[in-house]
Design a protein around this ligand. Structure first.
Ligand code: NAP
Length: 447
């Protein structure tokens, strides 16, 4: 008999796991809290990066395979528990990503006007839980903390012109708010130097091509210490290319575009200042110190500076959240696994960011999920997996859960694309729970 596997989470890791399992002959039910699949491909990838969203095409093919079912609008831990899934399926694979953000741990972090970048991303991408947020975009200067690709994404979205955003799938509400924004300067803060930045060269290079913003780098920030110089030799693919791009930016006179995007290095925020809301960020200048193992750390000096601003986007990494009944490593914010297996819990697995932490690009999850599925199939061959009689669909129906199946999602997708076509955009996203659920149901009523 075919293996029965529940995959919790329908982002890249969940879909790559489902694909590998289906290829091995398993029957796979993918459970998703939202009415829409594809996780960060729909709700995380920046709207102006449509090429990264093409991963969804492969996921659509997976969904069309025999043995695949989608259970959208199903909240594991509320509508169905881990123990119930463990009974109904031979194996449960958690691929829930990292749904929270890392904290800076500094005074003022929770002042109004200080946001996790992940909230801003979820808002402009149309995540239905984030549509009530109101970002104060009327201020002159915004500060983005962090030097990763998410920091670049949010800085770039703030710098984009209305014309640049018009042909994207950014939500209509956020497009209007961004077009009306008063932000004229975006300052991105890296705690270490240019040779240690986490962002990748193509994303960095793109900042130099913005129609409405000059990218500004202080040449003094690019004078490297010997350890960083050595790092350039060791990492020619990223560090060397990033530094070359930054040197080209620093050498370029500003073209007088309406906005400025300033990239600063070796500065850490020590406090977010303001009485009722954000008024400034206090930063400390760092020195770089090479440790015995070669890692380069930022060590604060006594030089401080205050940067007035009205908006702070903290972009220092995502963090996983625990699931009821499933082991969790609080320190790392992940489900602890060995090659995707949760030790001591036969039949429980993890894949993607909740397994390895929030790193890598979409494609990284393919290899990651393959490793997990390999361990799962080994366990199946060893006779370690079993399930009881019963069907998730029946259980959820009996509980009155309004499941959105794959055809329900296709109805949402078709409607969004059709409206997008009328307006010269890839899609116009539905962003409210009630709209999404109603659109998914419409199809069922005409069946
Ligand atoms: P990330 O790449 O891990 O970057 C996190 C940044 O935050 C690093 O620069 C880190 O600096 C900094 N940081 C951490 N703690 C800090 C602190 N206390 N104070 C100041 N800075 C701090 O994470 P991410 O940007 O959230 O991206 C997550 C993953 O998604 C990455 O793998 C990324 O490449 C990927 N992604 C890819 C794309 C794309 O392909 N276009 C777009 C978005 C995201 P240190 O290095 O000093 O720790």
């Amino acid at each position: 008999m075919a293996l029965r596997v529940a995959v919790v989470g329908s982002g890249p890791a969940g879909f790559y796991a489902a694909e590998a399992l289906l290829a091995a002959g398993a029957r796979v039910d993918v459970l998703e809290r939202l009415p829409t699949p594809f996780g960060l491909v729909r709700l995380g990838v920046a709207p102006d990066h449509p090429e990264l969203k093409t991963a969804a095409r492969a996921f659509e093919q997976t969904a069309a395979r025999e043995g695949f079912r989608f259970f959208g609008n199903v909240h594991v831990g509320r509508d169905v528990g881990h123990d119930e899934l463990a009974r109904l399926y031979d194996a449960v694979v958690y691929a829930v990503g990292a749904q929270s953000d890392r904290r800076l741990g500094i005074p003022g972090e929770d002042l109004p006007g200080s946001w996790a970048a992940t909230e801003f991303v979820a808002w402009y991408n149309g995540h239905p839980d984030y549509q009530e947020l109101r970002f104060d975009l009327g201020c002159e200067r915004a500060v983005v903390v962090g030097n990763g690709n998410v920091a670049i994404d949010v800085a770039r979205m703030l710098a984009r012109t209305a014309d640049e955003l018009a042909p994207t799938d950014v939500t209509e509400q956020s497009a209007a708010a961004l077009a009306a924004a008063g932000v004229r300067e975006i300052v991105m803060l890296g705690r270490r130097g240019p040779a240690q930045a986490a962002f990748t060269p193509p994303e960095l290079k793109e900042l130099g091509e913005l129609r409405g913003a000059d990218v500004v780098v202080d040449p003094a920030d690019l004078e490297l210490d010997p350890a960083s110089e050595a790092a350039l030799e060791a990492d020619r693919a990223r560090a060397r290319r990033n530094v070359d791009i930054l040197r080209a930016f620093a050498a370029r006179p500003p073209a007088g575009k309406p906005k400025r995007l300033a990239l600063r290095f070796c500065v850490s925020p020590v406090a977010i200042l303001g009485t009722d809301r954000v008024e400034a960020v206090e930063v400390v200048r760092n020195e770089l110190v090479a440790g015995a193992d070669g890692t380069i750390r930022a060590v604060p000096t006594d030089r401080r500076e205050t940067i007035p601003c009205g908006l702070v986007l903290r972009s220092v990494g995502y963090r996983g959240v625990p699931l009821p009944g499933v082991p969790f490593d609080e320190g790392r914010g992940v489900i602890p696994t060995e090659r995707g297996r949760v030790p001591g819990r036969p039949g429980v697995y993890a894949a993607g960011w909740i397994k390895r932490g929030p790193s890598g690009v979409i494609g990284t999850n393919k290899k990651d999920a393959a490793e997990t599925v390999e361990a799962l199939l080994e366990d199946a061959r060893a006779g370690l997996l079993e399930h009881e009689e019963g069907d998730l669909g029946e259980l959820l129906r009996a509980r009155g859960v309004a499941v959105v199946d794959y055809r329900g999602w296709q109805a949402i997708d078709a409607w969004e694309r059709a409206l997008g076509e009328e307006r010269g955009r890839p899609r116009v996203k539905l962003t409210r729970w009630d709209e999404l659920l109603a659109k998914a149901r419409e199809l069922h009523s005409v069946r």
